[in-house]
Structures are given as C-alpha cells and as structure tokens.
Design a protein around this ligand. Structure first.
Ligand code: ADP
Ligand code: MG
Length: 303
C-alpha cells in the first residue's frame, strides 16, 4: 500500500501542494485529475522521490520514499514512472529500448518478454525500428512498455496517452490497463481525459488550489458532482434549480415549464449538442435531430 501522509511541497516560496494525504492499495487504479497547473505532475514526481518534501512522508508498504537528499539514485526499484516528456535512447531499436533494463542472462526469456510487451503496446511491427524514427505517439508507447518491462509493484503515468492519436488510443488504454490489473500492479494516472478515468479507475483524486478537493469513486463523482470543476471534467452540463444536469439528461418534450430558444446545433456523431437560451442563460442539451436557430423547444430533466 502507498501511504501519503500530510505532504507539503513548494518549488520556490508558494506551496504547490499543501497537506495532502491519501492511500493507494496494491493493484488499485487511481486517477489524478485537476486543471492544468494544479500540481498533477508535481505530485507524481514527489511520489517517485524526485524532490525533497517540505513536510510529510510517503511510504510504500513499510519503506519510506525519500527525495534526492537521501538517495543517490532517484526512484525506488519497485516503482516506475513515465514522465509527460519521456526519455528514450534514440539510436537503438524499439526492442532494445524495451529490453534495456532486462537481464541478458536468459536471452530466450528476455525475447519472449519483449514480444509480450510489444503486444501490449501494439508495436510489434516496429520492433526493429530505431526509436529516433518513431512518431511522438509511438515513442510514448515504447516508454510505457519499458516502464512495465520489469513488472513494478506500482507505476506512475503522467498523461500517458497525450501523444497518441484517437485511432490507437482506445485499444491501447484497454490493453495497458487490463495488463496492469491482471498483474496486480497499482497505477496512478495523471490525466485530463475522462475516458482514461471512467471505465478503468477505482478512485479519482481531484486536485484544486493546492489541496485534494475530492477523493472518491468515478461513479459517485459522476452521479453527484459537487461543483463545476468536477461536472465539467465529465461532460457538458447545466445548473438548473441549483442542481447539476448533464446535457444528455435534458430532453426535448412536447410541453414543460422549461422553454428555450435554440442558439446553435453542433454535430457530435451520435447526436447534436444544442446550445439554447433558457430565461437568459445558456443551456446545453442533446437532440437526435439538428434544430434551427431561434426554434422554441420545451425541455425536461430525466436523470
Ligand atoms: P499539472 O501537471 O497539473 O499541469 P504541474 O505539477 O506541472 O501541474 O505544475 C504545478 C505548478 O508548479 C505550476 O504552477 C507550475 O508552474 C509549477 N512548476 C512546475 N514545475 C516547476 C519547476 N520545475 N520549478 C518551478 N515551478 C514549477
Ligand atoms: Mg502535468
């Protein structure tokens, strides 16, 4: 279990994170979300022991994770960290990069392990290509494979799919997160993408204004978001009668008390997102058909 106990950290004078505490159990998948600059990357770096804390302690099991003041080599053996800017060895192949930290003592087993990892990150066809010839997204996949090569007990991923296009992203994250669950590897993922979180995370930690604003299951936070920051992370939303109502929970009906005038329709694929004016405020809802500007509609909330 990872235990974060009352940690405080600042790069300069102003604290970036203040008095944070949380736990992550073995094999658990925890997402860290928060606006850009809220300290997600800093938190992951602290968990890895990159910097010395101003205050507090971090433990994995009974072992304290200490910063550079106490350690020559940063990062404990049982933990892997994939930075937002990953660093690979450009002049050797994909396979060699992935196998860089594996023992050469059993060449056959090593090759099998590399093949298994190439499969997880869907890079089999690129195994003999030099890393310098890869795209950003392909490099990110090599970095992920290298991080799980030695089966850490816990892995820290900083926006792991940020360079990967939509064609690959869906299947890659299923494959990676499934692999981590099967091997009971705890993972902490900093992200701003709800699709990284909702289908996979056991828990979500929301960072805001140097603190943990929420620490709960995605199901709970999605169903009853307590504030705009959290609601907006999940979807387009409205506040109607002091309640959070997602766009898809607002439907066009024949008659209701909520009469709106259409401003614009945005095609979303499976539906249109409609922006409308409801008593002077903008509202968003979904409609199967495109609606014309100034068209009057009645809306009803169905949760
Ligand atoms: P996030 O990953 O959530 O976008 P970061 O952890 O990167 O946020 O940054 C949190 C805050 O710390 C920001 O205000 C950023 O400017 C500051 N910061 C990040 N890295 C450094 C650094 N090396 N030196 C000084 N300030 C930093
Ligand atoms: Mg970041």
């Amino acid at each position: 279990m990872l235990q974060v106990k009352n940690i405080t950290f600042s790069y300069k004078k102003t604290p970036i994170l203040k008095d944070l505490s949380f736990k992550v159990i073995a094999g658990e998948h925890v997402s860290i979300i928060g606006e850009s600059g809220s300290g997600k990357s800093t938190l992951l770096k602290l968990l890895y022991g990159t910097y010395d804390l101003n205050d507090g302690q971090i433990f994995w099991k009974d072992e304290e994770i200490l910063g550079p003041k106490y350690n020559l080599v940063i990062g404990p053996e049982y933990m892997k960290y994939v930075a937002q800017e990953f660093d690979l060895m450009p002049f050797i192949t994909v396979s060699e990069n992935i196998g860089a930290f594996l023992s050469n003592f059993y060449p056959k087993e090593k090759q099998n392990r590399i093949d298994e990892l190439l499969e997880v990150v869907e890079l089999k066809a690129f195994k003999n290509i030099l890393v310098k010839e890869l795209s950003g997204g392909q490099k990110q996949r090599v970095a992920l494979a290298r991080a799980i090569a030695k089966q850490p007990e816990i892995i820290l991923l900083d926006e792991p799919f940020s360079h990967i296009d939509n064609f690959k992203k869906q299947s890659l994250r299923r494959s990676l997160f499934k692999y981590l669950k099967e091997k009971n590897i705890a993972c902490i993922v900093a992200t701003h993408d709800k699709d990284d979180v909702l289908p996979f995370s056991n828990r979500m930690i929301v960072l805001h204004a140097t603190s943990i604003m929420e620490n709960d299951t995605p199901q709970q936070l999605y169903k009853t978001p307590q504030n705009k920051l959290i609601a907006s992370f999940f979807d387009e939303f409205n506040i109607i009668n002091d309640d959070f109502v997602y766009a898809h929970q607002l439907k066009v009906v024949d008659k209701s008390d909520l009469k709106a005038s259409v401003i614009q329709s945005y095609f979303k694929g499976y539906c249109y997102l409609i922006e409308a004016n409801l008593n002077g405020d903008a509202v968003f809802f979904e409609s199967a058909i495109e609606l014309k500007q100034n068209q009057k509609v009645y809306l009803s909330i169905s949760k």
